[in-house]
Design a protein around this ligand. Structure first.
Ligand SMILES: [Zn+2]
Length: 354
């Protein structure tokens, strides 16, 4: 594994915890908790809270290129909340050095980070960055897009994201980020739409290499894309795969998510670069863990909802032994179970109506 490290000098203290408010419901109401969960939902399924705090106490986070295949690299965001201190470096970005150019997957959480990544890419290739593929339009993955666009890259996204990017929710989130993530997100930061919106799934020749863009949403978002690069045997999974940790389910459609994970198991991937956390060198194991967890949540909470067993009672009755040792269990499981309970109630109601 090849490592290239770069540090920058700026550091400021602040907080930002509003990345994914729309995806989270809280069993114990309270703005503070909702806000905390909101920030953690996508960004920090990887983190234990005090680990994030420890990171925030150090200097600006290093950005290291990590090689996962002959021509494929990624940088790994911190397991933390987005903050002025960490420049919103809380998600991953990967890239493939193709025959005629560099194709990037996801754009990081601020234009400055995107610039740092471009500077890093220049240290290992002279080829231009020709394309950026967006796995989903969550803030921590897309605020860097405008920097890639300014450098001449063509942005490719899935058309289902359009509804969100022109929504009031996206606008309000950007407004909040201008405060929470200042100065990295400011009045010049914008949500950059794709130059090319794909419909459904598609296979594209980009910079002389084949990229298979598979629509695997709605799961984490309606527009979730998985990007399969056959020549590298690498899968970029967006936020659908977690590396040996429990996910935050939020309000995701876990039924579709399971289908998407089954689909991802079909790729003969040697490595998976997720939206957050370390690349997986054992994709089958990591995918199966998340899939089985989601299935178990749906089975146990579905039975409880159908039998009108109150959530608290149902939760205490479930045997969580298989998943309790998995990282993030203590932090995520109760909320995941509750959200799934609500989802299964809704699905049961729909079933009655139909
Ligand atoms: Zn994310």
């Amino acid at each position: 594994m090849k490592l290239v490290e770069q540090r920058t000098a700026c550091a400021q203290v602040g907080s930002g915890a509003r990345m994914h408010a729309a995806n989270v419901a809280s069993p114990v109401s309270g703005l503070a908790q909702l806000r905390a969960w909101a920030g953690l939902a996508c960004a920090a399924f990887l983190v234990v809270l005090h680990a994030g705090a420890a990171t925030a106490a150090s200097e600006t986070p290093p950005m290291m290129l990590q090689q996962v295949a002959p021509n494929t690299y990624y940088v790994q965001g911190l397991a933390a909340l987005g903050s002025t201190k960490n420049q919103n470096f809380i998600s991953n970005s990967g890239f493939v050095i193709a025959p005629k150019g560099v194709v990037v997957v996801d754009a990081l959480g601020s234009p400055a980070l995107a610039q740092r990544l471009m500077d890093q890419i220049k240290t290992i290739t002279d080829k231009p960055i020709t394309h950026v593929i967006v796995t989903h339009y969550h803030a921590d993955h897309i605020y860097g897009l405008q920097a890639f666009k300014a450098a001449g890259a063509v942005i490719i996204g899935q058309e289902r994201a359009r509804e969100y990017i022109y929504s009031e929710t996206a606008k309000l989130r950007l407004e909040a980020s201008r405060t929470d993530l200042a100065p990295w997100i400011d009045d010049n930061t914008r949500i950059e739409p794709a130059d090319q919106w794909i419909t459904g799934s598609t296979t594209m020749e980009l910079a002389g290499a084949t990229f298979q863009l598979d629509l695997v949403g709605p799961a984490h978002t309606p527009e979730d894309l998985a990007v399969w690069v056959p020549s590298e045997q690498v899968l970029f999974s967006g936020d659908l795969i977690f590396n040996g940790r429990l996910p935050f389910v939020g309000k995701a459609n876990s039924g579709h998510w399971i289908v998407a994970l089954d689909q991802m198991l079909q790729y003969p991937a040697k490595a998976v670069v997720p939206g957050h956390g370390k690349a997986s060198a054992d994709p089958q194991k990591d995918i199966i863990l998340v899939r089985d967890y989601l299935k178990y949540l749906r089975k146990t909470m579905g039975e409880a909802a159908n039998n009108l067993v109150p959530f608290e009672e149902a939760y205490d009755d479930v045997d969580w032994a298989r998943f309790a040792p998995v990282p993030m269990f203590k932090f995520a499981n109760r909320m995941n179970a509750y959200n799934t309970y609500l989802l299964m109630e809704q699905e049961a109601l729909k079933g009655i109506k139909e």
